[in-house]
Design a protein around this ligand. Structure first.
Ligand code: FAD
Length: 507
C-alpha cells in the first residue's frame, strides 16, 4: 500500500509553465528541474509519495538563499513550500514538498571539506555531505567524529535536523551535541552563521529542529583521535531485568566500552551459529548447543576501540568489564574488525538486502525514547505480548545518559536522567496481507503507541510522524511555545520542511 497524497489543488498553486518562467529570472549557478522529479517523491520509508513542482540542484548557497527569498517575497499569494532533501532516508515524507520545491542538498558541493587539526580538531563540511565520506577523509588525518548513527550513508543536514543517535551517545551525546558552528539559510532567505556564541537561538533551534527554522548549508563538526581497530562483542540474556541492569551499569562508567547498544530477538532459530560467520564464540562447543528457538532473548552489543600496540591491555580491560556482567556465559561472541568496517557495518547488510530486492520495500519504522522508570512495563507488554512471535526486522534497545546531551536544542527527550532508545526497524512486503504486510505492521505500531499512552510512561517518539499540530503540541509539551515562536521568527510563512506536517504555510 502506498499513500499517494491528493490534496485539493488550490488556486494559489502555480501551474508548472508559470512557475518555470517566474524562476527563469533568477540568477542561479545551479539549475531547476520541472520534470522527471519522481526521485524527490520517494524516501526510505517508501510509504508516502508527494510530487514536488520543481527540484533545485544548487551549486552555491546563494542559489538556496535566492530561491527561498523569491518564494518568501511572493508572500501568501503562493502556496509554494521548500524541503531540503539530504539522502532521502526519511520514513514518512519528511524531506518531500507536495507541489513545492525540493532542494537536493547533495548537489551543493561547497565549501570543500576542510580540517582543523589543533587542540580541538574539527572539520567544516557542506550539509549534503554523507557521514561515510567524512569518516574516510578524517581517517586520512588520524581523526574521526565522536559520535555516529548506525548507518553512515546519511547526510549531515539530515541527521542534525533530528539528532543522530548511536551506541556512542551515552558518553558523547547525539551528533547534535558535537557541532561547533552552522551556516543556515532561514525561511526568509537570510544566510546566517550560528554557534553557541553567535546567533545562539537559531543554532539551538536548528539542531534537532526537523528542518523548521532553516536549511543547514555548512556544519563544523567536532573530531577526536581515531582508533584503528575495534573489539566487537555480543552476549545474550534471557531475563530483561538483568539485561537492562547490565546496560545501565555499563553506561554509568567513564572507563566502560566505547559503544553500547542492544537488541531484542524473538524466536530465532540457530542464532549463534548464524552469527559465527562474523564472530568467534569464546566457548564454541557450548555455543553450538545453545537453543534460541521459541525464546525471547536480549543481546548486549558492545565495542572497545584500540590500536594494534595496546591489544593486551584492552583485552584485560574487557575481561574486567565482562566479569561484572550477568549474561549467559556460553553466548559470548567476539570479533576484531577495522574501525571503519565496524562503523560502516549496516552498509554490508544494505548490499545484501539490495541484492535480494529487499532494500526498497516499505519501512514502517517506529522509534521511541522511553524513560527508565517505564522500561520494564514496556518490555513486558511489548516484547512479551504485542510483538509475540513476529519478527519483521531488528528491534534495537539501549539506554543513554541525558546528562551528556545538550538540553537547549529543539530535540525532545523524556524527563528522566536515563532513557532508552527502542527502535522497531520493520520491513514490510508490499503485496502481503499477513504478519509481514504493511497494514499488519502499522496496526502493531499503533498498538504499541496506544499502550504507551494508556500507561502514561512519558514516552517520546524519535523521527516522529504525526498528522496534526495537536499531536505535535503534545510531543513538544512545555517546549512547544519556544518551538512555535522560533518558527514565527525564522520561517514566518511556514515555507520550510512541510513534510514534517507541523505547520501549514500561511495563505
Ligand atoms: P532526509 O531524509 O533527506 O531529510 C530528513 C529531514 O531533514 C527532512 O525534514 C529534511 O527536509 C530535513 N533536512 C535534510 N537536509 C537538511 C538540511 N541540510 N537542512 C535542514 N533540514 C534538512 N538515525 C539515528 O539517529 N540513528 C541511527 O542509528 C539511524 N540509523 C538509520 C539507519 C537507516 C538504514 C536509515 C534509513 C535511517 C537511520 N536513521 C538513524 C534515521 C536518519 O538519521 C534520519 O532519517 C535522517 O533524517 C536521514 O538523513 P537524510 O540525509 O537521509 O535526511
Amino acid at each position: 500500500m502506498v499513500f499517494l497524497v491528493s490534496f485539493t489543488i488550490r488556486r494559489k498553486n502555480l501551474p508548472i509553465p508559470i512557475l518555470r518562467s517566474s524562476f527563469a529570472d533568477m540568477d542561479l549557478k545551479g539549475h531547476l528541474t520541472f520534470e522527471r522529479n519522481e526521485h524527490a517523491a520517494k524516501d526510505f520509508g517508501n510509504i508516502y509519495h508527494f510530487m514536488p513542482s520543481a527540484v533545485l540542484h544548487p551549486k552555491s548557497v546563494s542559489d538556496i538563499s535566492s530561491t527561498i527569498k523569491y518564494i518568501f517575497e511572493m508572500g501568501t499569494s503562493s502556496e509554494l513550500t521548500v524541503a531540503a532533501r539530504g539522502s532521502g532516508h526519511s520514513l514518512a515524507g519528511q524531506a518531500q514538498a507536495y507541489r513545492g520545491v525540493v532542494i537536493k542538498m547533495e548537489s551543493l558541493r561547497e565549501p570543500e571539506m576542510s580540517f582543523h587539526t589543533g587542540e580541538l580538531p574539527y572539520v567544516d563540511v557542506y550539509a549534503g555531505e554523507l557521514w561515510i565520506n567524512i569518516l574516510h577523509e578524517s581517517l586520512k588525518r588520524g581523526l574521526a567524529p565522536k559520535t555516529w548513527t548506525d548507518y553512515l550513508h546519511l547526510t549531515v543536514g539530515g541527521t542534525l535536523s533530528n539528532a543522530g543517535i548511536s551506541g556512542q551517545a551515552f558518553r558523547h551525546g547525539p551528533q547534535i551535541n558535537n557541532v561547533y558552528e552552522l551556516q543556515v539559510v532561514t525561511g526568509k532567505g537570510d544566510v546566517v552563521t550560528c554557534s553557541e556564541e553567535q546567533n545562539t537561538d537559531l543554532f539551538y533551534g536548528v539542531l534537532g529542529g526537523l528542518g523548521q527554522f532553516g536549511i543547514i548549508t555548512r556544519a563544523r563538526i567536532a573530531l577526536e583521535t581515531a582508533p584503528k581497530m575495534v573489539k566487537w562483542i555480543r552476549v545474550l540474556y534471557s531475563d530483561f531485568a538483568i539485561f537492562s541492569k547490565d546496560q545501565e551499569h555499563l553506561i554509568s562508567s567513564d572507563t566502560s566500552f566505547d559503544y553500547i547498544e542492544g537488541f531484542v530477538l524473538i524466536n530465532r532459530t540457530g542464532l549463534l551459529n548464524k552469527w559465527r560467520s562474523s564472530f568467534n564464540a569464546k566457548y564454541p562447543l557450548q555455543a553450538s548447543k545453545f537453543n534460541s528457538e521459541g525464546r525471547i532473548l536480549y543481546c548486549l552489543e558492545v565495542a572497545k576501540y584500540f590500536n594494534p600496540g595496546n591489544s593486551d591491555l584492552v583485552n584485560q580491560n574487557i575481561d574486567t568489564l565482562l566479569s561484572e556482567l550477568n549474561y549467559i556465559k556460553c553466548t559470548l561472541l567476539l570479533s576484531e574488525v577495522p574501525y571503519v568496517d565496524f562503523l560502516d557495518r549496516v552498509h554490508i547488510s544494505e548490499i545484501k538486502l539490495r541484492e535480494k530486492g529487499l532494500w526498497e520495500v516499505p519501512h514502517p519504522w517506529l522509534n521511541l525514547l522511553i524513560p527508565r522508570s517505564g522500561i520494564h512495563k514496556f518490555a513486558q507488554e511489548v516484547f512479551g505480548n504485542i510483538l509475540a512471535d513476529t519478527s519483521n526486522g531488528p528491534v534495537l534497545i539501549y539506554p543513554v545518559n541525558k546528562s551528556s546531551w545538550r538540553n537547549k536544542t529543539s530535540m525532545v527527550t523524556p524527563d528522566e536522567d536515563i532513557f532508552y532508545l527502542v527502535a522497531f526497524l520493520s520491513s514490510a512486503i508490499s503485496s502481503s496481507t499477513g504478519k509481514d504486510g504493511l497494514e499488519h505492521i502499522l496496526t502493531r505500531n499503533k498498538r504499541i503507541l496506544r499502550f504507551c499512552e494508556r500507561s502514561v510512561l512519558g514516552v517520546k517518539q524519535y523521527l516522529a510522524n504525526y498528522g496534526t499540530q495537536e499531536e505535535w503540541k503534545a510531543h513538544f509539551g512545555t517546549r512547544w511555545e519556544v518551538f512555535s515562536s522560533r518558527k514565527s521568527m525564522y520561517d514566518p510563512l511556514s515555507i520550510l520542511a512541510p513534510g514534517q506536517r507541523i505547520f501549514r504555510k500561511a495563505t
